[in-house]
Design a protein around this ligand. Sequence first.
Ligand code: ADP
Ligand code: MG
Length: 288
Amino acid sequence: AIPLVVAISTAVSAQNGLLIRNRTAFEESRKITALLFDKTGTLTTGVFGVTRFETAAPGFTKEEVLRLAGALEQTSEHPIAVGIVRKIKELDIRIPEAEAFNAITGQGVEATVEGRAVKVVSPGYLKENNLAVPEGAVSSKAETVVFVLVDANVAGYIALADAVRPESKGAIETFKRNNIRVFMATGDNKTVAEAVSKELGLDGFYAEVLPHQKVEIVKQLQDKGEFVAMTGDGVNDAPALAQADVGIAIGSGTDVAAETADIVLVNSNPEDIAHLILFGKATYRKMI
Ligand code: ADP
Ligand code: MG
């Protein structure tokens, strides 16, 4: 006979865009007291549009800044990369080839383009390397800003924005009604994180987080007595997913993250987690 829990969790999965990889995960989901979400593509749509692109050094036009960034970003799968490449195609700018492409974990990408060392990086990367943020790049608006470095000088910057997922609001209301605290950990800047947190009424957020720091955040919440579920993507989130009481890999995540996770969230939709928790609570209430 098929154990009841397996039968139930299979039914939940089929209906709700969830892949339950670990038999106890369904049972554990009803114990969740805190959720730690990633932002991009989970609480937000992950569809970035370029809002501005600017030059910050003599010798570079704003189109040149975008073109050099595009050379790197056509190799990257990051939502920021997809947004930048889409803008370049709209403007009919030809993208040059990139060589020796490398991802800088949680901070950006680098490669050689036309013999020059080009990087597209986060504000955190500039800070760490004592590079000044160009005037105008700091905005009070909730924009994700990445900087284009050419031979270690800031040539310009690109600002992008995505929107909160329409499904996030309802999901968070459900969590709150069930006494589950909701937090967000993102590699993005504080202004963006704060705006998303405010819009969704989150209990707290962590901004400019590097992938290895997510494990510490999960541990901190656990030390406070929380039973923590965490969503994540990519190879870099795997240790934090393993540390969480319930690890939830998002659908577009890599195989490594999915292997570490208890649950795979196929459509990256927070509402599917809300359904899972409610269904888990209802099921075990009936069984006891
Ligand atoms: P999150 O998933 O929370 O957005 P990531 O770790 O994926 O965080 O990215 C953190 C930051 O690193 C981004 O906000 C951006 O500044 C920078 N970054 C990462 N990948 C890229 C990329 N391909 N191009 C430009 N910037 C990137
Ligand atoms: Mg990410």
